[in-house]
Design a protein around this ligand. Sequence first.
Ligand SMILES: Cc1cc2nc3c(=O)[nH]c(=O)nc-3n(C[C@H](O)[C@H](O)[C@H](O)COP(=O)(O)OP(=O)(O)OC[C@H]3O[C@@H](n4cnc5c(N)ncnc54)[C@H](O)[C@@H]3O)c2cc1C
Length: 514
Amino acid sequence: MLKISKVKNAYKEIEDILGTDFVSDKDFMKAAYSRNVDPAFPDRWADIIVKPETTEEVSEIVKIANKYKIHMVPRGGGADLVGGSVSEGGILLDLTRMNQIHEINVDDYYCIVGCGITWGSMLSELQKKGMTTGILGPGSGFAATIGGGLSNATVGFSSTKYGLVPDICLGVEVVLPNPEGTIIRTGAASNQYASPFCRYGVSPDFTGLFMGDVGIMGIKTKAFLRLFPDPPFKARRYYMLLKDDYSNVFKIGHKLRKEVGDGLNDLMVWPSILFQLVYAQTINKPSKRPKVTGPVFSVTLEATDQRILDVYLEKTEEIMMKDNVTRPFEWQEIDLDMVLSKDWKFTLKEEFNFFQKYISTAPPKSSCTTCHKVAISRLNESVQKGVQFNITNQKEFPPKNPPYPVFASFLMFLPNGNCVIVGGLGGDNTDENRETTMNIWHKKIRHQVRYGAAHYWLGESISQSIVEAGAYTPEFMQFFKDMKKAVDPNFLLSPNKFHMYSYDHDYTEHLVKD
Ligand SMILES: Cc1cc2nc3c(=O)[nH]c(=O)nc-3n(C[C@H](O)[C@H](O)[C@H](O)COP(=O)(O)OP(=O)(O)OC[C@H]3O[C@@H](n4cnc5c(N)ncnc54)[C@H](O)[C@@H]3O)c2cc1C
């Protein structure tokens, strides 16, 4: 009873601030906001859904939430894969009306955008001015927002050269979840006389507190992002390994990074099974069955001048063809409707349709994702461990959902010796199999944590599994809680993540020995 009147009162006060159009407690709205993109979490309904447009409105909502002690979860595009942007009860803050571009500064190479803008909208505007943020955001970039990218420490297209989304962040404007709804700016912008042109030099790096935080430390309202002139000359080439041997992947990847350097915009390795699956579904098949012998490197190069690009192309060819371990590959060997690499042109559409096109080839259901980063020199060993885990634990997977190891060998290279192993397992979101799916998902993440992996989106399922695996020392966990308490004294923002349910809760209850 108390809860109902608390929620009702909060609703009325929020309505006084936002007007009737941007707050709802209707069932169809709760249902529409009840999911992210995963086959394991049940539907979860928030009590109130709000759509603020300004930072001040967010601050007022936070004050009301504190007054009635109602928890809150921020949400951008809702394209999360690990249950991060849904809320059981409480207030769900949809930030997609905060989608303005406030400034594009081509002289000082930064922009200021609302955190609810999508990657697609922002990049389309930047491209008109010959600029880019370098990293192009996630594969979900037509729907996903900058706020989601910063909170999930997103890896995406062009991350090989430009790093993760937080790496291009110069600072943020954030509403702290405290009773005052305090608004702060970080980076150079924490000097109230400065523009947000750089990240360091005014105070400790408080920007980092809100990067990859999966929305537990504050509600990001504006982002200050680095800009780069967009190199106009780009090319892509593909090479197939003659053998399915991942030790060569490490060697070649390492050499390309070292020798092509700044020209290397994006480097991915796609598993051979992907091509077999795509071929099976292709309509316009070539007359000859493709000879798929191993994984394929996709190498994207960029330069400010065609002559420089030609040098990068030559260097790439030299590295790839040395020692006879790869051969040039064309998508037309699989599908006659695909363009030849010499005719390839960069488009946002291709990048943002990539995962929808390839990740859903098998299994036909979306997957419980397990994407994580490993040190590049441990790549081969980590891929093998992942495959072995699936074999050893086969019986624990939901029935009729074999642990397809397809994407356990889909790789993206990052700067400084990082490599992403994109992966997932087939889940089954039915009442009878949800628990089995969730259990094996957590177990697989714990396994990865224990071989030294670092994930990126953490949401609920991954952040909890990291705690379960015993990754954090007691000292670290205490520090973490103390930092959160400093910004969120009533413990209202994004509960459940990292198995945090209150400041007194004993996380050791959740440790799991596998
Ligand atoms: C087809 C597909 C492809 C994908 N490809 C990639 C990929 O290549 N790389 C990758 O990293 N991920 C990828 N993802 C996962 C996900 O879409 C991204 O991580 C994306 O950045 C999430 O952005 P979003 O706006 O949808 O965030 P949401 O799903 O809305 O939120 C993500 C998390 O951030 C928090 N949050 C959101 N906005 C704010 C804010 N303003 N302030 C504070 N907290 C906030 C939420 O509480 C939640 O925990 C993909 C997902 C799909 C469905």
